[in-house]
Design a protein around this ligand. Structure first.
Ligand code: KMH
Ligand code: ZN
Length: 273
């Protein structure tokens, strides 16, 4: 089976230090967490920026510092968020793409997000996709619900996205698709043959759905953005602890864990510039 790409979603926009004391917030903390995750088996980090007070931001300069802090420590793929936080404007959200990171997320539709709405107007999505093409950034298509996958496939047919596509199924957001094996199988069944995919399941579903993805030939995202616990009632000590468990299971299943360069080859992206 192809090597497993483990992505560490280190920080996110919603989790606080009060909830998870080991949450990396500053560029330096994010760089250090990325290095720990790299040593634990991660080939990619998904990053969000925070202001010094911990509030989410899409400030380009902070992203620049984050990318530099990661690059100084290890060669994992850096994937910036264009989702940011609920309520940010599309222009704000798009800012880090102009730094030409190796990858960026591209949400494929709007979804209720707990008590909020995570808005992704089709006009804005098209602008995001075009900006990623212009800057040579590989999109990871974030799929929170089944209709978003249909949209991605329609866009592929129309030439608005270029294959091979890489998907991330974000399952278990209240308002989005449930984090169940049935949901994952349903989505996987619709993928083009040359697509790659990962699963980012929220909370307690992170481990079982990640393990299922591993068996099905997909890839796995773990980390504090999606889940702050190691097991029920026990907070994880670090993002790397969550990565290390996935890497261990993968090896037990005889599936090698991808290095960053193996992940680049699998995803069709070049070396960092
Ligand atoms: N924070 C969520 C509202 C992404 O990074 O692209 C959106 C999000 C998705 O986290
Ligand atoms: Zn994110």
């Amino acid at each position: 089976m192809n090597p497993l790409i483990i992505t560490a979603a280190l920080t996110g926009a919603e989790v606080s230090r009060e909830q998870q004391a080991a949450l990396p917030i500053t560029p330096d903390e994010i760089g250090l967490a990325a290095e720990e995750c790299f040593h634990a088996g991660a080939a990619m980090v998904h990053v969000h920026a925070r202001n010094p007070d911990g509030t989410p931001t899409q400030d380009k300069e902070i992203y620049r510092q984050i990318i530099a802090a990661v690059r100084a420590r290890c060669d994992v793929i850096v994937q910036v968020s264009t989702g940011g936080a609920v309520g940010m404007t599309p222009t704000e959200r798009l800012a880090p793409v102009t730094l030409k990171p190796e990858m960026a997320t591209l949400s494929m539709g709007s979804v209720n997000f707990g008590g909020d709405v995570f808005m992704n107007h089709p006009v804005d999505m098209e602008i995001f996709a075009q900006a990623m093409r212009d800057h040579g950034v590989k999109p990871e298509l974030e799929i929170f619900d089944a209709g978003m996958l249909s949209t991605a496939l329609r866009w592929l047919q129309k030439g608005m996205l270029t294959g091979p596509l890489h998907f991330d199924f974000v399952l278990g957001i209240p308002g989005g698709m449930a984090a169940t094996p049935e949901a994952l199988m349903y989505l996987k069944a619709q993928l083009p043959a040359d697509a790659s995919w990962s699963v980012a399941a929220i909370g307690a579903a992170q481990l079982p759905l990640g393990t299922l993805a591993m068996v099905l030939g997909g890839h796995v995202r773990v980390g504090f953005e999606d889940n702050i616990y190691y097991r029920k009632g026990e907070l994880a000590s670090s993002n790397a602890q969550l990565v290390a468990r996935i890497a261990r299971i993968s090896r037990e299943l005889d599936r090698p864990v991808a290095t960053p360069d193996e992940a680049r080859a699998l995803l069709g992206i070049g070396q960092p510039g």
